[in-house]
Write a protein that binds this ligand. Sequence first.
Ligand SMILES: C[S@@+](CC[C@H](N)C(=O)[O-])C[C@H]1O[C@@H](n2cnc3c(N)ncnc32)[C@H](O)[C@@H]1O
Length: 201
Amino acid sequence: MNRADLIKKFDKQARWYEKRRIQQAQKEWRQKLLYFARGNVLEVAVGAGANFSFYPPGVRITAVDFSPEMLKRARNAADEYGIEVEFIQSDVETLTFPPDSFDTVVSTLSLCGYEDPVGVLNRFSRWCRNDGLILLMEHGLSSNPFLSFLQKALDPLAYRLVGCHQNRDMMNLIRSSDLVVEKVESHWAGVVHLVWAKPRK
Ligand SMILES: C[S@@+](CC[C@H](N)C(=O)[O-])C[C@H]1O[C@@H](n2cnc3c(N)ncnc32)[C@H](O)[C@@H]1O
């Protein structure tokens, strides 16, 4: 799918993501992960701002997404929670920051969408300071063979409908990147992973 079509696809889903943000979907997992965010935070593929209410006070957030409709809703969310966020409309796969720009890099439900997820993870490692943290909540192939068979079968349809792949061996991708995984918590038959990682310098 070309970039323009992919962006349009996410634009069309923005209202749904806003609803999920208001319902505090995946609250328990987001809370658990974002509790560890510190200092200058980069949140990639921010969507409608579903994580904003879970950040500890005092963090400074830079939020990126390529969908203008998602960013519009994320701006509303930041206003609603009274937090200051710097928004950047950009494709994460072509985005550049100087090395060691952030204390924390956050990605939730984004690695399913990139063409080169390992390349994006390696960027996180470069952008994150030595003593920083990379926090991920990502989904991928289940550890249950029947479920993973279904995920693989449904992947082409899911990608066409919502722009996200369902067939990625997520922990394998993360472990093959420059990230040094410190802790993993897996849920929903191994479909969803919470990951605490360090950059590899
Ligand atoms: C599945 S949603 C997740 C949104 C949010 N992170 C959350 O946890 O609810 C994926 C988001 O990633 C954005 N996205 C996907 N690919 C992207 C890319 N290459 N560059 C920037 N944003 C991207 C989409 O616009 C969408 O907002």
